[in-house]
Design a protein around this ligand. Structure first.
Ligand code: ADP
Ligand code: MG
Length: 704
């Protein structure tokens, strides 16, 4: 099940995949589903993040400070005290020594359990101390129950799903799961652990295991599981590649004659292409002339000039006599493309009796009908819009190229729908664009069968953006900065944080900020407001006013997150910057520094009550100040968040490598690479079973 991209999808008109219907499920089931636990095999493959050793009871006298210990003793006393703050204090004695138990949060039931004279089994970290040895918030059970033979697994869980419940669900899922071997003995790993054996061990290892080999996943049981996972990944990539090789796309041979749309577009561009744009343009051109569908990701930092590359690819497609679709995740963004491309292309298309069509969900029926008619007749050579472009009611005459901007915000279903727009059995070529560079190793492992082009050069004449951290109580200085920019005729963005729980609160905050800024900047300055709750037409009107410099300061929630292009804006203020993700901050910052004026980004942060900013937040802010390079930002983001989350927020439904690591498991990867083609050729049914088991419904996503 895809994880919804809650972190990045904020605008209400964005193309987020619909939430799966959760009605009729119990709370526990719903929580399990959130963790991706549906099939028995999902449970079996949900491995613990660590273990607790409840197999032994130690004597208090032998328990060492700083270590986890499980002891059994008699409660000597138990009382609630109020100094220095309300807490439950108990003392136990096991004959060898005594120990204090201390709880700051406790339930009456815990108090009851610790009745004086009761024999209890207590587990917690032993601390030496001034007042004697103590355990803080230990777990307490009645003493005397049977000790388990295996270590106790601890699974990563979420709110609403208690560890014991999850543990029980996983245990029964594991018992039920069909775990027959899929890797044929004759070509597989000789002498390796069996699948059931390995999984059972990893959930319930024997206490004599060297824990370090479980932690670093070097244990033979881990090797077996990681090998399986890598094999599934290799198999599904091979399958995807073969499927695509069997597909046909229109070969777009257009030639570069002087009268071509492509040449004319080059001539009207107000600038020359960067070396990177030229190179990437050629890479795309080479794909388009082939009769196999292109499947290319164009990644380039914010402001690297992806739109022009897209326009040139579209021109090639139109030169060959076909249609091109360009989609963006929101209407605002689509409108920006539309504005720019229409300026460049419309006159040139008109000479050819062709036009640009515009399709969005909020369109009036009449306008929409005339647009779809133009698409159907082929008169609309270029179709721009939101996911409305691929709605069932839109029939292309001969679609040959589909371009998706900010592809990470598109759901997989939409990408599949696009592929369904094939005409005469010919698939459209697909160009996806992303401003969030994906580190190379991740690109290779998560995007099966995807060619990647990179714009690694910014257009000339950009001055680097200076990024400053400013504590929230120094807002006055920020107002001065804004005034300085305004007096030079420049414009300013002010981004309010999104408070996820409530759009109403958001709107109120943003409105207050707008009024406050309008008050301190004076009547001669127009302060506009952009919020995801606003009707699209209003949003567009505000954007247009900002673009025309009728509005000088634009207060907005993160709807401007992607793609907006107003080169005269030279200052970006981000309020509560500590609440934003790193890539999001970088994207936001990319809205300035688009012209030649020196630009700045002010990150306003509010320390919490303790006067501190959390560690991860601090690492994010530090990265922002230290680098403006999108690749470096992506690398640090990956470091701060880890690969699962890094991709989770971007690529809903991307099959993640949960266990294996491409670098440390290079040997296993080699093994899987070698085995995959053999297995597909000699044991196709087992290969399919293996992929289904590991990727389940995710296998579909790989092909998208
Ligand atoms: P992004 O990659 O973020 O989508 P855009 O395509 O919006 O970037 O381009 C950012 C800005 O740079 C636009 O104003 C665009 O017209 C301009 N631009 C693009 N390519 C060049 C170039 N080769 N030289 C100068 N300016 C360029
Ligand atoms: Mg863009």
């Amino acid at each position: 099940m895809p994880r919804a991209a809650t972190a990045t999808v904020t605008a209400s008109d964005s193309a987020a995949p619909a939430q799966p219907p959760g009605t009729g499920l119990s709370l526990v089931q719903r929580a399990l589903r959130k963790l991706g636990l549906v099939r028995d095999i999902d449970f079996a493959l949900y491995l613990p993040m660590r273990y607790e050793d409840e197999t032994r009871i130690v004597k208090l006298a032998d328990a060492r400070d700083g270590e986890l210990a499980q002891v059994e003793g008699v409660v000597m006393d138990c009382e609630v005290v109020f100094r220095p703050r309300r807490q439950l204090l108990a003392t136990i004695d096991d004959g060898s020594d005594t120990c204090q138990l201390r709880f700051f949060n406790f339930y009456p039931s815990q108090q009851k359990q610790l009745a004086v004279g009761a024999r209890v089994r207590v587990r917690g970290e032993m601390r030496g101390g001034f007042v004697g040895r103590t355990m803080m918030h230990p777990t307490v059970k009645a003493a005397g129950t049977l000790l388990p033979e295996a270590l106790t697994p601890v699974y990563s869980t979420i709110a609403g799903l208690a560890q014991p419940v999850l543990r029980r669900e996983v245990r029964s899922g594991l018992a039920r799961a069909a775990l027959d071997e899929t890797i044929p003995v004759q070509i597989g790993l000789q002498g390796a652990w069996g699948l059931r054996e390995a999984l059972s061990f990893l959930h319930y290892p024997t206490p004599d295991v060297a824990l370090a080999t479980l932690e670093d996943r070097s244990h033979p049981a881990w090797q077996r599981i990681k090998g399986e996972e890598l094999l599934a990944q290799q198999l599904s990539q091979l399958q995807a590649r073969r499927e695509r090789a069997a597909q046909r796309a229109p070969a777009l041979r257009s030639g570069a004659s002087p009268g071509s749309l492509h040449s004319q577009l080059m001539a009207v561009l107000p600038f020359g292409l960067t070396g990177a744009q030229t190179r990437v343009g050629e890479e795309i051109a080479r794909d388009l002339v082939r009769a196999v569908p292109m499947h290319r990701l164009l990644q380039g930092d914010v402001g690297s000039g992806k739109t022009v590359v897209a326009a040139l690819a579209a021109a090639r497609c139109i030169d060959a006599g076909f249609q091109c679709a360009l989609m963006a995740p929101t209407e605002i963004l689509a409108a920006q493309h539309f504005g720019k491309l229409i300026g460049w292309l419309d006159p040139l298309l008109a000479e050819r009796s062709l036009r640009v069509a515009w399709l969005t969900g909020s369109q009036k029926k009449k306008e929409r009908d005339s647009m779809t008619a133009a698409v159907e007749s082929g008169e609309a050579a270029l179709v721009i819009g939101t996911h409305a472009v691929i709605s069932e009611k839109v029939h292309f005459k001969r679609l040959a190229l589909a371009i998706i901007d900010e592809q990470h915000r598109f759901g997989v279903a939409q990408r599949l729908a696009l592929r369904g727009k094939a005409t005469q059995g010919l698939e459209p070529h697909l160009l996806m664009m992303s401003a969030t560079p994906i580190p190379r190793t991740l690109a290779m492992s998560y995007y099966a069968d995807l060619d990647v082009s990179t714009l690694d050069e910014l257009p000339p004449g950009r001055t680097p953006i200076v990024t400053k951290l400013v504590a929230d109580h120094r807002r006055d200085e920020v107002i001065e900065r804004i005034q300085a920019q305004l007096s030079q005729g420049r414009q300013v963005y002010w981004v309010c944080p999104l408070i996820e729980e409530s759009e109403t609160v958001d709107l109120r905050n943003a409105t207050e900020t707008r009024d406050e800024l309008a008050g301190s900047l004076g009547a001669h300055v127009n302060v506009g407001l952009l919020h995801s709750r606003m009707p699209t037409a209003d949003k567009q009107a505000v954007m247009a006013a900002f673009t025309a410099n009728e509005v000088q300061v634009l207060v907005s929630t993160t709807v401007i997150e992607v793609g907006v292009d107003v080169p005269n804006a030279s200052l970006m203020v981000i309020e509560h910057a500590e609440r934003f993700g790193l890539s999001q901050l970088h994207q936001l910052r990319g809205r300035v520094g688009r012209g030649s004026a020196a630009s700045a980004c002010v990150l306003l942060y509010a320390p919490n009550e303790g006067g501190r900013v959390g560690e991860a937040a601090r690492a994010r802010l530090k990265a922002m100040v230290e680098t403006g390079d999108g690749f470096e930002i992506a690398r640090r983001d990956l470091e701060i968040r880890g690969p699962g989350e890094f991709l989770g927020a971007r690529q809903s439904g991307a099959p993640l490598l949960r266990f294996a690591d491409l670098e440390t498991d290079a040997l296993l990867l080699d093994w899987a690479r070698e085995l995959a083609p053999k297995m597909l050729a000699e044991h196709p049914l087992l290969a399919q079973k293996h992929v289904d088991r590991w990727l389940g419904t995710k296998a579909e996503y790989l092909k998208a």
